[in-house]
Write a protein that binds this ligand. Structure first.
Ligand code: ATR
Length: 276
């Protein structure tokens, strides 16, 4: 049988805003590879039948974004330990026989972004403050714990969600009330905004930053705008800041490598292409 041109894509609803087609399309061109990467708009009801049909159409894998990251776990044939721990999947790989393997590379992307853009950052230097307790926070908490962060100060508007994460991920997490968030920053060696606050169209993050120490690493998962008010203010206070775009770019690396056989580089040109 003739070898088919490999296809990959990103499944979501909505999907038009996704930067993944630009990212993977650029990598395919850059490395001179045969293949296509397409945005796939799919409803919750159709998710399983669409995914099951994909291998038959020549798809070798897919990224999964909101709101499907949890739902795909229900019918995947194999789930990596990492995805199980996080409770969500963002990267599917289809085996030749159509079996679906679900993985989560968000934590990898988060960590690779920090290593690339703040090479002197030491996860063991002190407590990490995590703002927010949604899906992104779960992947980041698992990644921080893996990297050896000894204490995670977790704060969220809805306290019950932080308490639930503490119950699940254990004693390394200390839950702090949202209104107290400003008061724990002086303890922090690392501060991460995992909420959607500060994103274009959303409210600003209003946590008072005066407690931040010089040299603290501050990062945001929001990348639109690229320089959020949090990063601008932290910068002005002498913190080391890393924007959220790199997390998005790096989370795409393991999938691309598995599907197309080349481990792609994340560099300035990648950033320019995805932003442009
Ligand atoms: P994701 O999967 O991208 O993390 P999510 O699960 O909806 O998305 O989580 C969004 C996060 O942003 C949550 O921590 C949410 O806080 P709540 O758990 O209290 O909802 C936080 N967030 C969103 N809007 C907020 C606001 N106006 N003030 C404070 N936190 C907010």
């Amino acid at each position: 049988m003739m070898k088919r041109i490999p296809l990959a894509g990103v499944l979501g609803n909505p999907i038009a805003q996704s930067k993944s087609p630009k990212l993977h399309g650029y990598w395919l061109r850059k490395y001179g590879l045969l293949g296509h990467y397409v945005p796939v708009h799919v409803t919750e009801d159709d998710l399983e039948s669409v995914v099951r049909a994909m291998p038959k159409m020549g798809f070798v894998g897919a990224n999964v974004t909101l709101p499907h990251k949890i739902a795909v776990m229900q019918f995947a044939d194999q789930i990596t330990d990492r995805a199980t721990l996080i409770g969500a999947a963002n990267t599917l790989t289809f085996k030749e026989d159509g079996r679906i393997i679900a993985d989560n590379t968000d934590g990898y992307g988060f960590m690779a972004n920090l290593h690339q853009n703040a090479p002197d950052w030491d996860p063991k230097a002190g407590p990490a403050v995590v703002l927010g307790a949604g899906g992104a926070a779960r992947a980041i908490i698992v990644a921080l714990a893996d990297a050896g962060v000894t204490e995670i100060l977790l704060t969220n508007r809805t306290r019950a969600k932080s308490d639930a994460l503490r119950a699940e991920f254990g004693a390394r997490i200390r839950v702090v009330d949202w209104v107290q968030a400003g008061n724990i920053l002086e303890e922090a060696a690392t501060v991460i905004n995992t909420t959607s606050l500060g994103m274009v169209g959303n409210a600003e993050l209003r946590v008072p930053l005066d407690g931040l120490r010089q040299g603290t690493l501050v990062t945001d998962i929001v990348y639109s705008p690229l320089r959020t008010k949090l990063l601008e203010d932290a910068d002005a206070m002498g913190c080391v800041t890393v924007d959220g775009l790199g997390m998005l770019l790096h989370q795409g690396v393991p999938g691309f490598e598995r599907w197309f056989g080349v481990r792609p580089q994340v560099d300035d040109e990648t950033r320019r292409v995805v932003l442009g």
